[in-house]
Ligand binder design. Structure first.
Ligand code: A3P
Ligand code: MG
Length: 267
């Protein structure tokens, strides 16, 4: 069965992501949630797992034939993944470090990837009560307090101070070096996929991620930013970021910005 990306599918996926957000909030509100350290040294909480279970149950019911790759069930070999033309790529709790710090800057990410391209994405920030949605041919929107607004990326004019967004918990020397080459700019620190969403809604002009991420960290917000008129490119080749093209699940270093800014050859 092949899925059609439409408004109805987007809303059904939003409902699943919101349910996952509720499961996370039940744990967020507890005085003491346990934190484990995973094999890759990253933190894991009961909230990551509760969100994972909720999303897998919801998507399996919605689309029983479409495979799911989650940060919390990533043990699927490359020959199997390589055969997928359509799959759900999810990060049940992106920004686990921000969750543990209780600063609200974490998200639930659900993306549909088709032939390497993220064609539908939902990013929910449960504490901020905000959702970002986007789909190919559907545009991008932000839903806050039940109100939906259309969002689009913005290109800075020559006199604008560029708003550049970067990770709150994972800085890199490469980003520090990159910033020295930019025109007048200010840096905003933010956790999780919210950085890409800030580019999608025009609150940030540029997000240089010159550090490691995995494909589930970016796919959902990537679909939103594409629908908002921006792009995410490999920082070296400047080609659009693609998914499920290789055995490693790691993304190359990348840059997110409006298409116009990326083609202006200013950095
Ligand atoms: N060295 C590394 N290798 C792979 N992914 C990394 C990484 N350092 C950070 N990340 C990813 O960056 C995400 C957090 O992004 P940010 O720093 O922008 O808030 C983490 O998501 P999780 O919180 O889902 O594990 C983690 O997957
Ligand atoms: Mg993540």
């Amino acid at each position: 069965m092949s899925l059609t990306v439409d408004k109805s599918l987007l809303n059904q996926v939003l409902a699943i992501a919101e349910d996952a957000g509720k499961a996370i909030m039940t744990i967020y509100q507890q005085d003491d949630f346990g934190v484990e350290v995973k094999g890759d040294n990253s933190p894991l909480t009961a909230a990551d797992l509760a969100s994972h279970e909720t999303i897998v149950a919801g998507l399996s019911k919605l689309t029983p034939d479409i495979p799911i790759l989650s940060e919390e069930s990533d043990d699927i070999d490359w020959p199997t993944r390589q055969s997928w033309t359509q799959y759900w790529l999810i990060d049940p709790l992106d920004g686990t470090k921000e969750f543990i710090k209780r600063n609200g800057e974490f998200t639930v990410n659900i993306a549909l990837v088709e032939s390497g391209e993220p064609t539908l994405g939902v990013v929910v920030a449960p504490v901020l009560e905000t959702a970002y949605l986007g789909g190919k041919g559907l545009g991008a929107e932000k839903v806050k307090d039940g109100n939906s607004t259309t969002i689009s990326s913005v290109t800075p004019s020559q006199s604008d101070v560029w708003a550049v967004v970067g990770s709150r918990s994972h800085q890199s020397p490469e980003v520090a070096d990159f910033l020295t080459k930019l025109p007048n700019h200010e840096m905003v620190a933010m956790g999780s996929s919210l950085k890409i969403c800030l580019v999608a809604e025009g609150k940030a002009h540029l997000y240089p991620r010159l550090g490691l991420t995995s494909e589930w960290d970016t796919a959902a917000a990537h679909a939103v930013v594409l629908a908002a008129g921006a792009e995410m490119v490999d920082a070296e080749t400047r080609l659009p970021l693609r998914y499920n093209q290789k055995e490693s699940i790691l993304n190359p270093f990348f840059i997110a910005a409006s298409k116009e800014l990326l083609t202006a050859d200013l950095f």
